[in-house]
Structures are given as structure tokens and as C-alpha cells.
Unconditional design. Structure first.
Length: 505
């Protein structure tokens, strides 16, 4: 039975939340005011349209500030001996409570406005699915946020055994920014920038003029070069955006080990973030190498842990990233420090997979390319020869690319046992080397398709309550893969090993 804290322990959020809300809404309204005013000039004069927009802006900002004033007045929280309670609501009062023994994360976030006022948003979570697994205090003072973080994450248990130092484990190296332009974010931002230009020009009724202006500049340029110029312009915009996003996300980055066994990641230029990971919940690390980053010899380090926030906002915030893209040797060093190992299991020598696995990847890749090519060829024969030329171009360009990626994916396959960890690696466009604590494996899933059976291959998945929940050894030799799983977690796969032995010559 829980013990309630005294009524005097109830606290309120910081009253400056009303000011923050008013300023934020005013900024949004100001951004929309110009296109709205221009749109109203179709029916009113410019001064009249401006006055209407101003009146609407005052009404919107006042309403938002008033609603937030009511929210502040009706919201209170307390930290009891056994529970954290949050009460909020006007007509329908919501009473939410979390047991302190279940709390796994206390993260602090502050956008630029909150930082200027010395405030933070505190997210208290159990790491489980669902909205009810998280309490949000928005906002409180930074001192109060730090107090709550220390209070709720303190544990009676001592830190995990090991000789690795406490304090700073990694700090930002500005040279790491060179990996931002080669990430997949750059082309995505480039496409988004092109779409934004067309959308904004459509809002103000100038889309036709923008397209005409671009057409005039490229009037005498051949079609192929026109496409190349437009793609390069989008990529340049994407690279600039990727650099800016990297600076915003990772500036002031620092990874620390605090007394008692807590890893803390702090980062952010305008929006500061503080993310805490208990080492008692850490089950391993995942070394992630997207293709462009890997070509420059770099990798990102993610935590494989139980009880990390899993709601949509937390996922979008990269809550499990311990180290941004950095040189591979540096990532391995940080992995060893985080796991309190003398050598990083992510750098262990892996067992290569049979050649049959290479053939499977080549067939998959060629089928993915030649399928659309075949459709284009049939349509070209029935409709227009232009589609035949497109099919030929796709074949010439995509078949070598698909073959290269398939061979690279095969070279990346591997698995191994390294001390307390099992290691599995796979992927080409996004290569992942996961080192999972063997004690964290709660079961195995063995899959073998008809084609794998003919090739003597098997895919074995380690299931766990941490991280993504499943880590797979793809297309391993049957006997070798089952022996690997049996040695990693003894006692689970004897029936499969006996069956494999009975099918031998």
C-alpha cells in the first residue's frame, strides 16, 4: 500500500508558462500574418486587411494565453515516498500516478524560449508503451528539473562492476560535422526544400511566376543538364539543411557517467536536451553505419536498453543515441567505455557466412531491379518506345548498383560471441553491428524458408526485452548458426541441434 505525501508537498508549474505560450503563439501568428493579409487584399484594401489580421492575432494569442493560464492554475504535482502524482484539468480532472520503482527515464528539454527564461520541460517515464507511462511537467525551473532528475533516478543499488572511469566519456569534436552532408537526411531535406518553395509560392499566388522564372534561366539548357542542375540545387539546399540540423542537435554534446551508474547525454544548440540511461538497464550497444557515413569510416552508437522511453516523441528525439556519427575507432572506444569492457565487442572478429548467402542477396537485388524494368518493357512494346529507352537506362544504371549493394551486404554479414555479448552484423545501406548481452536474451526464433533449406542456411533471431526487441543472424550455416545460439544461451536449442545432427550424412 502506497504512502501518500503530505498535502504541503504539492507543487505548481512555473507561472511563466503563460508568457512562453503567448510568445510562441505570437510568433506562429506573425509568420502566417503576411500571406493571410495578402490573401485578404483580394476583397479588402491593404489597411483594412491588416487591421482584420491584427485583431485576429490578438484574439488568438489572448485565447491561447488564457487557456494556458487555466492549465497552470489547475495543474499540480508531488513527489511522494513511493509515487509521483500529477493532477490537471478543469471540468474533467485527470489524476495520473507513477510508482517510483517503475521510473526509468527523467529527461529534460528546453527550447530557446525556455532556455532564455531558465525553464525546462521534464518528462518522467517508465519506458513502457502508451501515454499513461509518461508524466510531463511543462515547464519548471531548471533547478527544479535537475532536482527531480537526481531524486527520481537515485537507486539503492551500487554501480555495475568495472574499472572504467566516471565523469566524461565523450565530448563533441566539431570535425564530426563532416559526416552530416553524407547522411540520408541531406537528400530528404533537399526534396523538402524544393516542395516548400512551390508550396509557399502557391500560398501567395506566385507559383506560376516562380516556375516561369526558373524556366527562363534554363531555357537554352538541354533537358538532361536541366535535370542535373535542379537536382544539384536541391542537394546543395539539403546539405546546408543537414549541416544546420546537425549543429542544432549535437552542439554542446557530452556523454557522462554519473555516480551510481547512470549515463547522461546532453546536447543541443537552441533546444537543449538531457537524456539519462541507467546502466542497470543497459543490455548492449548497436553500432550503426549508414552507407555514406560508413564510406568515410564513421559510425553512430546507439544504446540497447530496457525501460527507455518508447513514445512517438521520444523516438523522434533519438533517445537511444549515445554518440553521433564519429570515426569508427572512436565509436568502438566509447562502446567499450559504456559497457565497461577492455575491448569493444562491436570490434570482435566475426564468423563469415556461406557463399549461398551471397547468391540470395544477388538474386533479391536483381529481382527488385529487373521486375520494374520488365513492366516498363512490356508497356513500351504496347504503348510507346519511350518506355523501352527508360527501361534500358534503368537496366544500365541500376543493375550494377544493385549488384554492388548485394555484394556489400554479403561482406557485412557476420556473427560472433565476445565475452558476455553475442554480436550480429547485417545490412548495406544501413549496416548494423549489435552487441547484445547474452543474459538479456529471453528466447530464440529459428526461421528457414524452402530456399534456405535447399541452400543449407538458416536465420536465427535473438528476442529480448531491450532495444528493438529482436536481433537476427541472417543466412548462417545451419549447424554453425544453431551451435552459435546454443553456446550463447545454453539450454534453449537442444531439440534443434539434435534435429540438425540427425539430418547429417
Amino acid at each position: 500500500m502506497s504512502t501518500a505525501a503530505p498535502e504541503g508537498d504539492w507543487r505548481r508549474l512555473d507561472p511563466r508558462t503563460v508568457l512562453v505560450t503567448a510568445l510562441v503563439v505570437a510568433g506562429v501568428v506573425a509568420g502566417a500574418a503576411i500571406p493571410v493579409t495578402l490573401g485578404l487584399t483580394r476583397w479588402f484594401s491593404l489597411p483594412a486587411a491588416g487591421l482584420q489580421v491584427l485583431a485576429g492575432a490578438v484574439l488568438i494569442v489572448g485565447t491561447a494565453a488564457g487557456a494556458d493560464r487555466v492549465r497552470w492554475h489547475r495543474t499540480r504535482y508531488r513527489i511522494g515516498a513511493e509515487r509521483v502524482d500529477l493532477h490537471t484539468g478543469l471540468l474533467l480532472v485527470k489524476r495520473r500516478s507513477l510508482a517510483r520503482t517503475r521510473i526509468r527515464t527523467v529527461d529534460l528539454t528546453a527550447n530557446l524560449m525556455l532556455r532564455l527564461l531558465g525553464l525546462v520541460t521534464v518528462r518522467i517515464g517508465t519506458g513502457e508503451q502508451g501515454h499513461d507511462s509518461t508524466l510531463e511537467l511543462d515547464p519548471v525551473t531548471r533547478a527544479e528539473g535537475e532536482r527531480l532528475r537526481r531524486l527520481l533516478l537515485e537507486r539503492a543499488a551500487t554501480a555495475p562492476p568495472g574499472t572504467h572511469r566516471e565523469g566524461e566519456l565523450a565530448v563533441l569534436d566539431p570535425r564530426w560535422i563532416r559526416y552530416a552532408p553524407v547522411s540520408f537526411v541531406a537528400p530528404m531535406l533537399g526534396g523538402a526544400a524544393a516542395g516548400a518553395v512551390l508550396q509557399v509560392s502557391d500560398w501567395v499566388g506566385a507559383q506560376g511566376e516562380v516556375i516561369a522564372w526558373i524556366g527562363d534561366r534554363l531555357r537554352d539548357t538541354p533537358l538532361l543538364w536541366t535535370i542535373i542542375v535542379l537536382v544539384l540545387a536541391a542537394l546543395v539546399a539539403g546539405v546546408v539543411g543537414a549541416l544546420g540540423l546537425w549543429v542544432e542537435m549535437w552542439w554542446n554534446y557530452r556523454l557522462e557517467r554519473e555516480p551510481g551508474g547512470t549515463l547522461r547525454v546532453r546536447r543541443g544548440l537552441f533546444t537543449s536536451r538531457s537524456i539519462s540511461v541507467e546502466e542497470a538497464r543497459l543490455r548492449g550497444v548497436d553500432l550503426v553505419e549508414p552507407l555514406g557515413v560508413r564510406l568515410l569510416g564513421a559510425a553512430r552508437l546507439d544504446a540497447i536498453t530496457t525501460g527507455l522511453a518508447k513514445d512517438n516523441e521520444a523516438k523522434n528525439a533519438d533517445h537511444n543515441t549515445l554518440l553521433p556519427a564519429a570515426p569508427r575507432t572512436r565509436a568502438d572506444t566509447v562502446a567499450a567505455d559504456v559497457l565497461r569492457e577492455t575491448a569493444a565487442p562491436t570490434g570482435a572478429e566475426l564468423v563469415r557466412h556461406p557463399r549461398a548467402a551471397r547468391g540470395r542477396r544477388l538474386r533479391w537485388s536483381l529481382a527488385a531491379v529487373l521486375g520494374p524494368v520488365l513492366i516498363l518493357t512490356v508497356l513500351g512494346a504496347l504503348l510507346t518506345p519511350v518506355l523501352l529507352w527508360i527501361a534500358l537506362g534503368c537496366t544500365v544504371v541500376l543493375v550494377p548498383v544493385a549488384s554492388a549493394l548485394a555484394l556489400d551486404a554479403y561482406r557485412g554479414l557476420g556473427h560472433a560471441l565476445s565475452g558476455r555479448y553475442l554480436v550480429t552484423r547485417s545490412g548495406s545501406v544501413r549496416r548494423s553491428t549489435a552487441a547484445l548481452e547474452r543474459a538479456g536474451v529471453i528466447g530464440w526464433t529459428v526461421k528457414q524458408s524452402v530456399f534456405q533449406r535447399r541452400a543449407g542456411l538458416v536465420s536465427i533471431t535473438a528476442t529480448t526485452a531491450a532495444g528493438g526487441g529482436a536481433y537476427t543472424v541472417y543466412d548462417a550455416d545451419v549447424a554453425e548458426g544453431l551451435a552459435f545460439a546454443a553456446e550463447a544461451v545454453p539450454g534453449l536449442l537442444e531439440p534443434f541441434l539434435e534435429r540438425a545432427g540427425n539430418t547429417g550424412p
